[in-house]
Design a protein around this ligand. Structure first.
Ligand code: HEC
Ligand code: HEC
Length: 244
């Protein structure tokens, strides 16, 4: 067996979360392998050509993310992915490189780095334009509660790295689940110490505020995508689920 595949499955159990399951709960393989699954109420995004990542994942970006919990054109490993990164940190670096190589093989060859930088800048620009057209209570809430950490263009940059939501797969996905989860749970201990932590808003925001904020985040950071339809029901469902 290819070493990357052995490591990805034997140690990392990637497909346990990232592959869909059949009616009996078994992992779907073949063309379904790594095309997206779920874990503990979080969506485990597709890692194949079906990925919703705005900027394509490269082998290097996968390595950086798996090794350190953060990739600059993507974001941080939150929720059930955070402990996976902690476990991968115990492996030799070459093993994590093999896993990155193996996962990258399920994607088309990515564009050149300069092209990726250009695409990333375009997403940021489109998001900044969208921000100018949006207002109302959710916009004000974002400005007062979130912008201090998430808007490095405001001269209040808090971290060594910029947590750009315009490039985060979760904002571009088909479902709002992970955005709602991170608002409810925060990121108590991000796997990358240069990131700082994100607080939980489960107690300080009510359901209506979380719904409005989630819809605002979608409109602002993924302006080319349709609004999510099931935000209210998803907030209610994820709130009701027992915290793990
Ligand atoms: C316990 C479940 C679980 C396991 C095991 C797991 N993942 Fe994940 N993974 C997730 C979840 C949930 C997310 C979403 C995290 C977030 O929202 O920040 C994620 C996110 C990711 C992402 C970011 C995708 C994107 O577009 O933002 C990559 C890459 C990834 N995982 C790769 C892997 C690899 C490779 C393995 C095996 C070594 C693995 N994962 C094992 C649950 C898991
Ligand atoms: C104290 C700093 C801080 C505050 C305040 C904060 N965040 Fe975050 N947030 C972070 C960090 C650090 C990350 C991880 C970096 C990343 O994913 O890009 C993050 C990640 C996220 C993510 C992506 C999670 C994932 O799974 O990848 C979303 C969505 C998010 N924040 C939304 C918000 C919203 C909305 C607010 C306001 C209600 C907020 N944040 C307030 C620091 C903060």
């Amino acid at each position: 067996m290819e070493p990357g595949r052995y490591l990805a499955e034997g140690l990392g159990h990637c497909s346990a979360c990232h592959s869909p399951r059949n009616a009996l709960g078994g992992e779907k393989g073949g063309r379904h392998y790594l095309t997206g699954g779920s874990a503990e109420g979080w969506e485990a995004p597709a890692l194949t050509a079906l990925s919703r990542a705005p900027v394509p994942w490269t082998e290097d970006a996968l390595f950086t993310y798996l090794r350190g919990g953060y990739a600059v054109h993507h974001g941080a490993a939150a929720g059930p992915m955070a402990p996976v990164v902690e476990e991968l940190a115990l492996l030799p670096e070459t093993d994590v490189r093999s896993i990155a190589h193996y996962v990258a093989s399920f994607n088309a060859a990515p564009p050149a780095p300069a092209q990726i930088t250009t695409e990333a800048a375009q997403y940021e620009r489109r998001s900044a334009q969208a921000a100018g057209t949006l207002g109302g209570p959710a916009a004000r809430l974002y400005q007062s509660a979130c912008a201090v950490c998430h808007q490095s263009d405001q001269g209040m940059r808090q971290f060594g790295v910029k947590p750009s939501l315009a490039l985060n797969t979760n904002l571009h996905g088909d479902r709002p689940d992970n955005v709602i989860q991170v608002l409810l749970q925060g990121m108590p201990a991000p796997p990358n110490s240069s990131l700082g932590a994100m607080p939980s808003y489960a107690d300080s925001l009510d359901d209506q505020q979380i719904v409005a904020l989630t819809q605002y985040l979608r409109a602002r950071f993924a302006p080319d995508k349709p609004a999510w339809q099931d935000v209210q029901a998803t907030v209610a469902r994820l709130r009701a689920a027992p915290a793990h």
